[in-house]
Design a protein around this ligand. Structure first.
Ligand code: SAM
Ligand code: SF4
Ligand code: F3S
Length: 424
């Protein structure tokens, strides 16, 4: 019996890819190891979105070189977004790595490490669901790649063009997951709003919602991420009316300044973005909104940053994922210079975090005294943790095993990051 260990960094898509690989390796007879030192195969699933993510991967591989020195038979593979079409530089820099694989390379990894395994036949048969055994919430990729080429972003170069999975595959995978105890799925893609473009019959995300909604035993559907330019009225209507679709939308704005948005290649302006937010709020009651924002994009003046800051104040997001711009070689923005200093980027980032702490504290405080539906996922440090339909983290004390329970919870306290409640 052989053992595997997967280390993952990056977005939910990478986590889903790791889960699919784990499921496939287990079907091929591998067992999950508790640490790299006990594994015959170690896969590092990498992220390239910012330089600091890459630095962490290099650090991890440095530590794995020691593992390999003490156990020379250990196979080390680097998978994910750091591996581009030309991996010669990586090969020279990372002698401890035996194999390099692009993102979502389950089939290639299996072909390489278990060549006798009938990979083709097995991959379609619920293997991806395998590694979600015991989980309450799982990720289901619905569209791979990205066609948008935002000027700062490496993802389209590493994950290729958009490719939607057929509706039947997604429904079957969801059914497999529900049989394993999963109650909530997050439908994943870099831009789920363009789901279905090249599929026969061109189903869209609204059609997919209705199909997945029909899976018996499934309680909730989430979806990530939505591109603002593709948030159609039909989709807004579906979010409002498909019962299992949760009232939570992550709509990355990236900047609150029209000129910066243009140079980012985002193809909407601030007015259009806010119009979409208004439509969503009009149609979906109790909606929670999240966004992604980049500070210090090439040429971003202080005034332009303040436009982003003002947008965040006006909209009042439940969550903001803010990042300092990181130059990605090979992208269009890499040629625009990187002229906002590290200190200034840091100051802008901290200003956004401080503002968001205040905004989220005030939004969450309004929930104190209210009763909300919580799906419990895990026990951590003696407290059960779950999420509301609006994706808020809730902690509850209970002596019972309430994993997988969908229950009414009365909120008794709130912070900007989480809520505390009692089973009602
Ligand atoms: N597809 C999603 C979208 O349209 O926003 C998410 C893509 S990316 C994997 C996640 C986030 O990383 C982006 O929303 C963006 O805010 C951030 N990001 C991407 N490239 C970046 C860069 N070069 N520097 C800093 N942040 C970046
Ligand atoms: Fe990157 Fe833009 Fe695609 Fe999102 S939509 S993955 S930010 S290129
Ligand atoms: Fe995700 Fe990082 Fe790739 S954020 S898509 S793993 S570059």
């Amino acid at each position: 019996m052989k053992n595997y260990y997967i280390w993952t960094i990056g977005c939910q898509m990478n986590k889903a890819d790791s889960a699919a690989l784990a499921g496939a390796l287990e079907s091929a007879g591998y067992c999950r190891a508790a640490s790299p030192a006990e594994a015959d195969l170690v896969v590092v699933n990498s992220c390239s979105v910012r330089e600091n993510a890459e630095q962490r991967v290099y650090g991890k591989l440095g530590a794995l070189a020691d593992v390999k020195r003490s156990r020379p038979g250990t196979i080390i593979a680097l998978m994910g977004c750091m591996v581009g079409a030309d991996d010669s530089e990586l090969r020279a820099r990372l002698p401890m790595v035996d194999y390099f694989f692009p993102p979502a390379a389950t089939r290639q990894v299996l072909d390489r490490v278990v060549p006798d395994f009938a990979c083709d036949g097995a991959l379609g048969k619920g293997i991806a669901a395998g590694s979600w055994e015991g989980a309450v919430a799982a990720f289901v990729p619905i569209i791979h790649g990205c066609d948008n080429f935002c000027t700062y972003c490496i993802v389209p170069y590493r994950r290729g063009r958009e490719q939607s999975r057929p509706v039947e595959d997604i429904v079957r995978e969801t059914e497999d997951l529900v049989r394993k105890g999963v109650k909530e799925v997050t439908l994943l893609g870099q831009n789920v709003n363009s789901y279905g473009h090249y599929l026969r019959g061109t189903p869209d995300l609204a059609d997919l919602f209705w199909e997945v909604n029909g899976v018996e035993g499934l309680e909730r559907i989430r979806f990530l991420t939505s591109h603002p330019k593709d948030m159609s009225e039909r989709l807004i209507e579906a979010i409002a009316s498909v019962p299992k679709v949760c009232e939570y939308v992550n709509l990355p704005v990236q900047s609150g300044d029209d000129e910066v948005l243009k140079r980012m290649g985002r193809r909407y302006n601030v007015a259009k973005y806010e119009e979409t937010i208004s439509k969503l709020r009009d149609r979906v009651s109790d909606l929670a909104l999240a966004t992604d924002l980049i500070v210090g994009f090439p040429g971003e003046s202080y005034e332009q940053f303040q436009n982003s800051y003002a947008l965040l104040e006006r909209v009042g997001f439940d969550q903001v994922h803010v990042a300092a711009y990181s130059r990605r070689p090979g992208t269009a923005a890499a040629h625009m210079g990187d002229d906002v200093s590290v200190e200034e980027k840091k100051a802008r980032l901290e200003a956004v975090e401080l503002l968001q702490e205040r905004v989220a504290a005030s939004i969450n405080a309004q929930l104190v005294g209210r009763t909300v539906e919580v799906l419990f996922e895990d026990l951590k440090d003696g407290k059960w943790q779950g999420r509301t339909r609006t994706n808020k983290l809730v902690f509850v004390q209970s002596g019972r095993d309430i994993r997988g329970l969908l229950a009414a919870v009365q909120i008794i306290a709130a912070t900007p990051w989480s809520l505390r409640g009692e089973l009602a």
